[in-house]
Design a protein around this ligand. Structure first.
Ligand code: SF4
Ligand code: SF4
Length: 239
């Protein structure tokens, strides 16, 4: 199976599973648990995402995130791409108070009193979660058609910031990791890679400058598959 088809299949399955999984990877539920001094599954997942992002950056966003899967599916009906600029920093503006609120909630609760990976789901997952799913779905449709494919990943998601920080640290420490590499001389400037990138990254510019590190790259590999000249590759190596 072609890599892009495999990625699309995996992330689409993840999108369909979102009503069952979102309680465990929620930036909101982590706050509810923190207010009771409880480390819940969201906290555990975000810690794991930070650690693995030292090596594989935002791979989660490209291959596994249910919201990313919904954005890819809905984004197929839109030609608009995120244009970046100042909007890229909105997610950092969300992240700082969100992370601060988590820390403050734990302090107010007297510290960490327990870990409960099933927090809030001990009696099962409430059917009401479907309303939240519908709200997320509507938000994704609106953002996709107003601001472009994957605009939530690019502009809003505080979880992305966790992995951006991890990626930066991994790169600064020259840790081995998943990365794009380019063979600039193979590039004929056809622009197919630019069209393939749902994150709106000017990939051909990266190829030209021989610089593959981009904060917004989710390592999906779509540009690699789109390039017919083997000018872009994806694989593990030292950074
Ligand atoms: S698709 Fe390949 S050849 Fe075309 S612009 Fe991108 S890197 Fe260059
Ligand atoms: S640059 Fe390539 S690997 Fe990175 S997000 Fe864009 S298409 Fe995916």
């Amino acid at each position: 199976m072609k890599r892009e088809n495999l990625r699309r299949t995996i992330i689409t399955i993840s999108a369909f599973l979102m009503p069952f999984t979102m309680f465990f990877i929620s930036p909101v539920v982590i706050l509810l648990a923190a207010a009771e001094g409880i480390i819940n599954s969201s906290a555990a997942v975000f810690i794991v995402l930070f650690i693995v992002s030292l090596f594989i950056g935002r791979f989660w966003c490209g291959w596994l995130c249910p919201s990313g899967g919904m954005q890819d599916a809905i984004g197929s009906g839109s030609r608009k791409k995120p244009s970046g600029g100042w909007k890229d920093f909105i997610k950092f503006a969300f992240f700082v108070p969100w992370a601060g609120l988590i820390v403050w909630s734990f302090i107010a609760a007297g510290g960490i009193s327990a870990a409960n990976l099933l927090y809030g789901t001990e009696e099962g997952i409430y059917p009401e979660i479907l309303y939240v799913y519908l709200i997320v779905l509507v938000a994704i449709v609106l953002f996709t058609f107003a601001l472009g494919k994957r605009s939530i990943c690019r502009y809003l998601c505080p979880i992305a910031v966790i992995m951006i920080i991890g990626r930066k640290i991994g790169t600064a420490l020259h840790l081995p990791g998943l990365k794009l590499t380019v063979v600039s001389e193979n590039c004929v400037e056809c622009g197919r890679c630019d069209s393939a990138c749902n994150m709106g990254i000017p990939v051909s510019g990266m190829v030209k400058e021989n610089n593959t590190e981009n904060r917004e790259c989710i390592l999906c590999g779509a540009c690699v598959d789109a390039c017919k000249k083997d000018a872009i590759k994806i694989g593990f190596g030292r950074r």
